[in-house]
Ligand binder design. Sequence first.
Ligand code: AOS
Ligand code: ZN
Ligand code: ZN
Length: 387
Amino acid sequence: MIDNAVLDVLSRQAIELPSWAFGNSGTRFKVFATAGTPRTVQEKLTDAAKVNELTGLAPSVALHIPWDTVDDYATLKQHAADLGVALGTINSNTFQDDLYKFGSLTHVDVSVRQKAIDHHYECIEIMHQTGSQDLKIWLADGTNYPGQGDIRGRQDRLADSLRQIYDRLGDDQRLVLEYKFFEPAFYHTDVPDWGTSYAQVTALGERALVCLDTGHHAPGTNIEFIVAQLLRLGKLGSFDFNSRFYADDDLIVGAADPFQLFRILYEVVRGGALEPDSGVAFMLDQCHNVEDKVPGQIRSVLNVQEMTARALLVDASALTSAQEAGDVLGANAIVMDAFYTDVRGDLADWRESRGLPRDPVRAYAESGYQGKIEKERVGGQQAGWGA
Ligand code: AOS
Ligand code: ZN
Ligand code: ZN
């Protein structure tokens, strides 16, 4: 069913894991402590490496600063390499200090804004030491009430702050700007949608791109259209994959709506974004509040792989013919045939042929790893405070 051309593409697929997925998480009502939770960034990397070992899909780990702050990033980089993974995207954080109550890169107070800019300079310095390519910026900036802030003035200050950060990047480094239409600000956010992110990054230059978090859209939004448009414009820098049922709940990607994930990945395939030189980075941005974290991450990368395989099964030339002939039902059937194809058996065979477990989730359960970390690690951390 799955031919070698599809397997060839799948063999190059890489999905970056977020270090914070391995920490304890929850909601504002309760953060559940889970046995075996990493106590240090090094232990988060160990867990991430386990996911990669069992799936062959997750060769890098995104860090969050200051959550993953260490004294010596060169040693951390080596530690990751020894585990068989690389350090990936550096995520800045201007959303948890009192200082940033009324904004960070958009703040009216020059000294607060400078602190936020300086934090990004620090992140860029870390990127030089870790060898990371991308600086990912997600801002909690926004307001809760009409009139609270000057929406337009905030855009201008954001543009100026981003300019200063962008100009500090090394030649091989990129900036990706994530958008989110609400939360924690409830009236307006300063980067609410792909259009705002696109406008801001386009003003900066070639190495500034949009980050699309699949959980950051209003219900009913056609996310695959945004993917198609950003790819068409050459401005899709990265994905934060997760699922949402109602809002930004960072659930396992593909859990809420596998068909939506398929449609997104179809546009990824259609837009050439799986090609090695496409410049599109694929990351998870998830939390595991009630399920075990390592198998949660394994399930997640497998979901992406499975839907990528199905998207690759769409018969592109037949689809074009049907579209050009105005064959509405025929065209739709071609897409649905691919979506309904169960690729799990083929993928299991393929994994086995590459020395990977047929069923990585089961292999993890049988490995004894969970019991070992539960015994060894006492007092694991909440996602976030790693330092
Ligand atoms: C926040 O909603 C965003 O998705 C960010 O990517 C954030 O940095 C990440 O969730 C870690 O807190
Ligand atoms: Zn995100
Ligand atoms: Zn989010």
